[in-house]
Design a protein around this ligand. Structure first.
Ligand SMILES: Cc1cc2nc3c(=O)[nH]c(=O)nc-3n(C[C@H](O)[C@H](O)[C@H](O)COP(=O)(O)OP(=O)(O)OC[C@H]3O[C@@H](n4cnc5c(N)ncnc54)[C@H](O)[C@@H]3O)c2cc1C
Length: 445
């Protein structure tokens, strides 16, 4: 217990080890702060099941069977590294509106990260033949698809082996994850406590003083004058709601999700299932959606499609001959994460026609790529970017501070609108900027 006592007093507490928390923790510990990083999940990377179907069941919320009230499936990984342990490794710069409309300028931090992690598209020969064929079909129709920049370096893998299964967790080591920032933070002296679920923050006279929660089922408290919540778009509003301060009344009211579907079609030749996911993309900023090359891993394909109907699950034998185009919609803020555990994400009257229009574009692309029209169908709705639940401008200021002094939020929760593009580079940029801000604040103090 003495050791615990030492660990649980620090300068800064960071809650959650996804890209938001891992970045803030690494930057602050390197700047000489005593940092305690609390993560409710475990580090599953050394386990033999990491990157398998069994693993994905074990380290996602409710074994990946988390649904909104409306039936939208949410994939919510909970382990060291957060959702980057299962992400597709895509990188996109922050949307220009983040700086122009909300005063959040992270350009320098994003450029630094691109350089640091050597983010770039995969070489042409590794983008996948069928995926490249989809991009060329789209280009022939006048849609200007581009190679997708990646947090992925094939040279790191002994044998580069990336396919749709990459989303279960990377086994060939080509893909970066935020767990690497956690490793670097720990190497620099950060105290990492896994299995530590934070329930609420402690506040005295309008200033944060720490957090309380359960560590491997037992109650614990930790104290610091600065607390950064990075528990993700679902976890962070829940902590704020349980903290019972009038400052957090609107936490979790409204959310965005970048609502996602895949449109599948069958061809005579090989499909994209054994190729790296999302190697090409195209954005339609006017309508507010993004398209990319993506399909579900082999065993998930029938499970997910059975939610739509058995006839769709029964297309499973055609998995190897399937082309997939993913749609990510810039969905309106709607529904929310509620204190009684409910999550709601209804599509609005503004969302539905745009999703329909995007599906028509995908259909045209797939037919141009050689898919038989009668085989084309759209998967059920899902969400992998729960965000916008503690928004900049509404619940946190442009420095990501809440109304409570010393209490910050740094994760996808703070997005003021749906990004409708890969989130992680933006979150890392926010994390680096926040770490600088916290250092500046403590110098002033
Ligand atoms: C299958 C999939 C593919 C994706 N592909 C891409 C992609 O290619 N590119 C991209 O940019 N984005 C992608 N994303 C999205 C991206 O991974 C997430 O948006 C991003 O990781 C969110 O970061 P975060 O820091 O907000 O939270 P998270 O990554 O969700 O991390 C939050 C962490 O907090 C922990 N936590 C939660 N509650 C508590 C608590 N009470 N106490 C302590 N710890 C807690 C969780 O266990 C988790 O580890 C993908 C997501 C998924 C699921």
């Amino acid at each position: 217990m003495t050791l615990m006592g030492q660990i649980l007093q620090s300068d800064v507490i960071v809650v959650g080890s996804g890209p938001g928390g891992a970045t803030v923790a690494r930057e602050l510990v390197r700047a000489g702060k005593r940092v305690l990083l609390l993560e409710r999940g475990q580090d599953h990377r050394p386990r033999s099941y990491y990157g398998t179907y069994l693993g994905a069941l074990l380290y996602t919320d409710r074994g990946s069977l988390l649904f909104t009230e409306e039936g939208l499936n949410i994939v919510r990984p909970m382990m060291v590294g957060g959702a980057t342990s299962m992400f597709c490794g895509c990188a996109a710069p922050p949307p220009t509106w983040l700086k122009a409309d909300y005063g959040v300028d992270i350009d320098a931090q994003v450029s630094e990260t691109i350089e640091e992690l050597e983010i770039e598209p995969l070489p042409a020969e590794l983008r996948g033949e069928a995926s490249t064929h989809i991009a060329q079909a789209a280009q022939a129709l006048g849609y200007d698809w581009e190679p997708q920049p990646k947090f992925m370096k094939p040279a790191r893998a002994q044998s580069f082996d990336c396919g749709a299964k990459c989303m279960l967790g990377c086994r060939c080591h080509a893909k970066w994850s935020a767990a690497e920032y956690v490793d670097q933070a720990v190497a620099a002296g950060c105290n990492l406590l896994t299995g530590a679920r934070v329930d609420h923050v402690l506040i005295e006279d309008g200033h944060v003083t720490g957090v309380e929660g359960k560590w491997n089922g037992k109650p614990f408290a930790a104290h610091a004058q600065t607390v950064v919540l990075s528990a993700g778009g679902i976890g962070t509003p829940r902590i704020l709601q349980a903290s019972k301060s009038s400052a957090f009344q609107s936490a979790g009211q409204g959310m965005t999700m970048d609502i996602t579907v895949m449109v599948y079609g069958t061809i005579q030749g090989k499909g994209i299932g054994e190729e790296p996911p999302m190697t090409w993309f195209w954005e339609n900023p006017d309508e507010g959606y993004m398209l990319s090359t993506l399909m579900d891993p082999w065993l998930l394909y029938p499970l997910i499609n059975s939610l739509k109907g058995m006839q769709y699950a029964l297309t499973w034998p055609r998995w190897k001959n399937t082309l997939g185009v993913m749609i990510k919609l810039k969905d309106d803020i709607s529904g929310g994460v509620f204190p009684d555990g409910r999550i709601s994400k209804p599509m609005t009257d503004h969302d539905r026609p745009r999703m329909h229009a995007a599906q028509q574009v995908c259909r045209r692309i797939l037919i141009e790529a050689g898919a038989r029209p009668e085989t084309i169908f759209t998967t059920p709705l899902r969400g992998t970017h729960p965000s916008g639940t503690v928004r900049v401008g509404t619940m946190v200021d442009e420095n990501l501070q809440t109304e409570v002094q010393g209490l910050y939020v740094c994760d996808a929760s703070v997005f003021p609108e749906a990004l409708a593009r890969p989130t992680v580079l933006t979150i890392i940029g926010l994390g680096k900027r926040l770490a600088k801000h916290i250092q500046g604040t403590s110098l002033v103090e």
